[in-house]
Design a protein around this ligand. Structure first.
Ligand SMILES: Nc1ncnc2c1ncn2[C@@H]1O[C@H](COP(=O)(O)OP(=O)(O)O)[C@@H](O)[C@H]1O
Ligand SMILES: Cc1ncc(COP(=O)(O)OP(=O)(O)O)c(N)n1
Length: 267
């Protein structure tokens, strides 16, 4: 029988289906990658914001990781919301020395402005987890938090991408420009050169979960053996189509559309 690429996401939940674990699994499924998940926190949230958060006990996160890792091999994994230092330490222990492609979405704050990780966890993420990554995918506020520098221009973005690799030890970094004005431009620095990924900005408020979707798509393509620039290019196409056909669901920022690629193919 043909083997299937497998990917794991370690993240929090979104019962409204737009972000977190739910977005990751939808993306893996669409991209023909067998998806698995380890839940860190159960988040009561929807398109308008976060209503409540329940963090799972660290032992439960460790046990979920053991359940997956002792049973099904995977070619790549991603992390999203890891709310506190205890969780980060436990996850770091499990993945250290694994030698499997690791994509980190350094989730800190939801689009609604609600904080998703503790203040001191940002420091641990920056100092201990970043050096373990193959790729980190910060948006502008996250890149500012990591580097401690304001990002206002495209040159600032490129500088941050470079700094995150050379000063903070990430394997590669993709600084996303969704929070700037004008074209939606992202810069990938792979340790030797900058690659630019640009699309026209789509006029919509429905961008809930786009960061999760983008990093999950990159993880899926990497699990299939694509090189980093190719995986990012294909994932950018995926997330752009998902934003272009996003759903006006809910009372806030609606979710990305994971069937968008099919819709664009049949037109
Ligand atoms: N309105 C938009 N039109 C087109 N692409 C967008 C738009 N907003 C964000 N993007 C793209 O979506 C991806 C997610 O970016 P961003 O919004 O910066 O991250 P996050 O969701 O983590 O805050 C990036 O590729 C970014 O360029
Ligand atoms: C559980 C959980 N993880 C991450 C996020 C943030 O998602 P992101 O794709 O960065 O963007 P928004 O959903 O904030 O628009 C989240 N909300 N929940």
């Amino acid at each position: 029988m043909k083997s299937i690429p497998c990917a794991l996401t370690i993240a929090g939940t979104d019962p409204s289906g737009g972000a977190g674990i739910q977005a990751d699994l939808k993306t893996f499924q669409e991209l023909k990658t067998y998806g698995m998940s380890v839940i860190t926190s159960v988040v009561a949230q929807n398109t308008t914001g976060v209503q409540n958060v329940h963090h799972l006990p660290v032992e439960m996160i460790e046990q979920q990781l053991d359940s997956v890792m002792t049973d099904i091999p995977f070619q790549a994994f991603k992390t999203g919301m890891i709310a506190n230092v205890d969780m980060m330490q436990a996850i770091a222990q499990k993945i250290i020395g694994l030698n499997i492609t690791y994509v980190m979405d350094p989730v800190m704050v939801a689009t609604s402005g609600d904080p998703l990780i503790a203040r001191d966890a940002r420091d641990y993420l920056r100092k201990k987890l970043l050096p373990m990554t193959s790729l980190v995918t910060p948006n502008i506020p996250e890149a500012e938090d990591i580097t401690g520098e304001k990002i206002e221009t495209l040159d600032d973005m490129k500088k941050a991408a470079n700094q995150i690799v050379h000063e903070f030890g990430a394997g590669a970094s993709l600084v996303k420009g969704g929070h700037l004005q004008g074209e939606a431009i992202d810069f990938l620095y792979d340790g030797s050169s900058i690659h630019t990924f640009s699309t026209k900005r789509i006029d919509t408020k429905n961008t809930h979960g786009t960061g999760c979707t983008y990093s999950a798509a990159i993880t899926a393509y990497l699990s299939q053996g694509d090189s980093l620039p190719v995986a990012v290019k294909k994932a950018k196409d995926y997330v752009t189509a998902a934003i272009r056909h996003s759903f006006s669901l809910g009372h806030g920022s609606g979710p990305a559309n994971h069937w968008a690629q099919h819709m664009e193919r049949v037109r």
